[in-house]
Unconditional design. Structure first.
Length: 70
């Protein structure tokens, strides 16, 4: 028996959807693996608070910029 046009269309749809599903599954697995590797080898966050002098300098710079801006 020769496959009809409808049978060929359904088969093409299933192959296409299967390909997309496999590709997206591999993509999700790869991204999860990459996230684990990056999390494992990334350095610990450093708590770098600004000193009082730095805060004063930044505040003065912002104030000066706002005054001179047209």
């Amino acid at each position: 028996m020769q496959p009809t046009l409808l049978d060929q269309g359904i088969m093409l749809m299933l192959v296409g959807m299967g390909t997309v599903f496999v590709f997206l599954s591999v993509l999700v697995a790869g991204m999860s693996l990459l996230a684990l590797v990056v999390h494992r080898f990334s350095p610990a966050p450093v708590d770098a608070g600004a000193s009082d002098e730095e805060v004063a300098a930044i505040t003065a710079a912002i104030t000066q910029h706002r005054r001179t801006r047209p």
